[in-house]
Design a protein around this ligand. Structure first.
Ligand code: FAD
Ligand code: ZN
Length: 477
């Protein structure tokens, strides 16, 4: 053994489990794993451990449980809420799934793919395409996020409207429990009513109940034709009316339906080189939509053209463009996907990821603009997102609050104002990004006492010693 490496009973046990090369303790080598990608959260760890198999994960977790050391699972480290960043104080290891990146099986009769948890999402999409299938989960971080992280956060993305969240795409899960036992559930069944559906507990649990090591996922027929349209509408009510029209004509072929405010487009035009306004005249709101079909001869494009023409006739849409080429489609999607990046250039944002029943969104947007402007004159709202799912990213710039001001960063007043409007409408304060460490203290304000009791009871039952990702989702006892 390398005698320059620190030696403790735990580190020795970890090295015995995964090999010395996969127990990283040098500060420089651990650094990227100890902060989140935005640089908001910073932590410390005894080691970054990189197991290569489920048995190795089990041995690592068992060793940590014995020593009372916390285990923080980490996938691609693209999460939005600091869930994969260890605490600054206390004894933890970061458990990286990066080496567990194998596709184990592809079944084109059952239409399933079985993968290890460290598979990068884009790789799963490519593997599905190679056998003429679609794995529909798609999000901006797909080149680096891992399926284990997607499952642990129940990630959403742009195709939820048609295919559901990550939860809806999972048939079976393999999980290492906080005591080191393995819950072997890599079953490829579409029907299985044999009591509690245990895998659901781990999906969206953000690594607080166990380490996901493998999954069986659903595949779908690969679309042969795809139509992207960008439409100007007067307000979010008209956007919802357009969604209704498109669904009447195209049914479930509407796969994505995103709302974009004029201010979002202006941010992109100002900060993202090469971007341009797709339409001639400015409009207060826009919709970006995608439709696809497995039948190239189904006349999808004509249906979309007709639906848009009818919508213009009915005064729902004021102007629209349909992408003629794949490159044009990508340019339209780049506008949508560049909004977070463009807002980063603008300054400190108070970020919100809210959901409501779709019909309540226009009222929320109207009231939010009034309430926030009254409390913080000059506030600018970056409002965009998955309108078809009732999910908005609703981020606010407040005049005078800058990124280098710790008091401004720590302030929760804007969040409280936004969440009060959401709560009043029985919405969610985290539609797709999770709780992580960012919203732990907020959660009890927006969940009932009964919900919080049940969540704590589940945590205690599965992880009585608080080994798994302590302080995330639920406050530490
Ligand atoms: P990490 O960030 O590494 O971890 C996230 C959480 O999951 C942590 O709590 C971690 O402990 C836990 N975890 C990770 N792996 C495991 C495992 N194997 N077992 C148990 N727990 C585990 N999210 C959306 O929902 N929709 C979007 O549209 C979206 N767009 C994004 C766009 C960009 C540009 C970026 C940077 C992020 C975006 N995200 C989005 C957020 C993020 O990509 C997702 O939350 C993603 O699912 C996280 O995956 P990850 O592998 O990076 O997980
Ligand atoms: Zn999103």
């Amino acid at each position: 053994m390398d005698t320059t490496q620190p030696a403790t009973p735990l580190l020795d046990a970890l090295r015995a489990a995964v090999g010395a090369a996969n127990v990283i303790t040098a500060a420089d080598d651990m650094a990227p794993a100890l902060r989140d990608w935005r640089g908001f959260y910073h932590g410390s760890a005894l080691a970054l451990v990189r197991p290569g198999s489920t048995a190795e994960v089990a041995a690592v977790v068992a060793a940590c449980a014995r020593e009372g050391v916390a285990v923080v699972p980490q996938g691609g480290n693209t999460g939005m809420c600091g869930g994969a960043t260890p605490p600054a104080a206390g004894r933890s290891i970061v458990l990286s799934l990066a080496r567990m990146n194998r596709v184990l099986d592809v079944d084109t009769v059952n239409d399933t793919i079985t993968v290890q948890a460290g598979c990068v999402l884009a790789v799963i999409q490519q593997q599905a395409a190679q056998v003429d299938r679609l794995f529909p989960l798609s999000l901006g971080a797909e080149g680096s996020c891992q399926i284990g992280g997607n499952l642990a956060t129940n990630a959403g993305g742009i195709n939820v409207l048609r295919y559901g969240n990550t939860r809806d795409l999972a048939l079976g899960l393999e999980v290492v429990l906080p005591d080191g036992r393995v819950l072997g559930g890599l079953r490829a069944l579409r029907k299985d009513n044999t009591g509690y559906d245990l895998k659901q507990l781990f999906i969206g649990a953000e690594g607080t109940l166990g380490v996901i090591t493998g999954a069986v996922l659903k595949l779908f027929p690969r679309p042969r034709v795809s139509v992207t349209a960008f439409a100007a509408v007067a307000d979010p009510r008209q956007a919802l009316a357009l969604l209704g029209r498109l669904r009447e004509r195209a049914g479930s072929r509407v796969s994505a339906f995103e709302l974009i405010s004029r201010y979002c487009l202006e941010l992109v035009l100002a900060h993202i080189p090469g971007s341009r306004d797709p339409l001639g005249a400015a409009s207060p709101w826009y919709v970006l939509t995608n439709l696809d079909d497995t039948d190239a001869q189904s006349g999808l494009r004509e249906s979309v053209e007709q639906a848009l023409a009818d919508a213009v006739e009915a005064g729902i849409v004021t102007d629209a463009v349909i992408a003629e080429t794949e490159a044009q489609s990508q340019a339209l999607w780049r506008i949508r996907e560049s909004i977070p990046e463009a807002s980063k250039h603008e300054g400190l944002t108070y970020r919100h990821d809210i959901s409501l029943p779709a019909a309540d969104l226009p009222g929320f947007i109207d009231e939010g603009a009034k309430v926030l402007a009254a409390a913080w004159p000059g506030v600018r709202i970056v409002c965009f997102g998955h309108l078809g799912d009732g999910n908005l990213h609703y981020n606010c710039f407040v005049p005078g609050r800058e990124r280098d001001d710790p008091a401004a960063i720590a302030a929760t007043d804007v969040n409280e104002a936004v969440y009060a409007l959401v709560h009043k409408r029985r919405g969610s304060v985290s539609a797709e990004h999770g709780i992580g460490q960012a919203k732990v203290s907020e959660l009890p304000h927006y969940k009932s006492e009964v919900e919080m009791d049940l969540m704590r009871a589940i945590k205690r039952a599965l992880d009585p010693r608080g080994v798994m990702n302590p302080g995330k989702v639920l406050a530490q006892d």
